[in-house]
Design a protein around this ligand. Structure first.
Ligand SMILES: Cc1cc2nc3c(=O)[nH]c(=O)nc-3n(C[C@H](O)[C@H](O)[C@H](O)COP(=O)(O)OP(=O)(O)OC[C@H]3O[C@@H](n4cnc5c(N)ncnc54)[C@H](O)[C@@H]3O)c2cc1C
Length: 259
């Protein structure tokens, strides 16, 4: 579909510019989409409301650049060889430019609640062992809960446990935990990272939270060398190097669909 860009994207020299695709938002999703379209010969315009690209992967600084904070890139899974992240970046020749640093396998995330400090490790077995060590009185419930999540997310022994997905997959994760008799503290530790997908646990399907945990547990967590902003910067570079344009401070107010 050829789209005519809105007036602000016209230039006095060339008049209105036409684009094969207009992408709204220069977060990692929009930029990846735009980069693939541009690399495949499409004329692409990206419009970003913010003054910088990157969406939730951008960083911000305080105290005269003394401190740098990541908005949403604290740990990323599936970044090793053959991982989903590498697959996505390889089609754009970015695997050599965005380097992923492995975070500590013994604990890429530290969860602290009153009386308990829990380090999220790599591997479902170690994860279960640590949960039991933290809440020894709840071993049976923890084993059951982790078994269900692992079966759903990792697809382990689905024939022996066909009920796991059918029975629990779309039910809230809190329902599974309650059925396993887990205490509020044990639930808090298992759910602590749900801020990453910003959805309340009682409305989160078990399959979603289990999949989220598996994303990190299966092969560890990574962080991009140089901070989250390298993701947006390199994707923008791909878009531009194929003739696309990325405009910041360009909020889209309306999408008009004709014919
Ligand atoms: C606090 C927090 C922590 C997180 N931690 C992690 C983590 O550790 N690991 C991980 O993998 N993920 C993490 N995430 C999730 C990750 O950041 C997001 O999944 C990812 O950024 C989503 O990318 P996106 O491109 O879909 O959307 P976004 O990153 O949200 O980008 C959307 C872009 O669209 C722009 N936009 C919106 N409306 C308009 C408009 N009308 N016109 C023009 N532009 C518009 C926005 O300004 C924004 O730049 C975290 C998220 C948050 C919020």
């Amino acid at each position: 579909m050829t789209q005519t860009a809105p007036p602000p994207t016209s230039t006095p020299e060339t008049g209105p510019e036409t684009w094969d695709a207009v992408v709204v938002g220069a977060g990692p999703g929009g930029l990846t989409c735009a980069a693939y379209l541009a690399a495949n010969g499409k004329r692409v315009l990206v419009l970003e409301a913010n003054q910088v690209v990157g969406g939730s992967t951008q960083v911000f600084r305080r105290a005269g650049n003394k401190f740098e904070f990541d908005v949403g890139t604290h740990y990323v899974g599936e970044c090793g060889p053959g991982g989903r992240m590498q697959t996505a970046l390889s089609g754009l020749a970015l695997t050599e430019r965005i380097k992923w640093l492995r975070q500590r396998p013994e604990g890429h995330c530290q969860i602290m609640i009153p009386g308990t400090t829990f380090q999220t490790p790599t591997g479902w077995d170690t994860y279960l062992e640590r949960l039991i060590a933290a809440f020894p009185d709840e071993e049976a419930g923890l084993r059951r809960c982790v078994r269900v999540m692992r079966t759903i997310a990792a697809g382990e022994r689905p024939r022996r446990r066909p009920w796991a997905l059918l029975r629990w997959g779309v039910r809230p994760i809190t329902t599974l935990m309650a059925a396993c008799g887990l205490s509020a503290d044990a639930q808090a530790v298992i759910l602590a990272e749900n801020g990453d997908y910003t959805w309340p646990p009682h409305r989160t399907p078990t399959a979603m939270h289990a999949g989220f945990l598996h994303h990190y547990l299966q092969a560890g967590a990574y962080y991009p060398r140089g901070g989250g902003q390298v993701i947006g910067a390199h994707l923008t570079d791909v878009v531009q190097s194929y003739g696309g344009r990325v405009r910041t401070k360009a909020r889209v107010e309306q999408i008009v669909i004709e014919d």
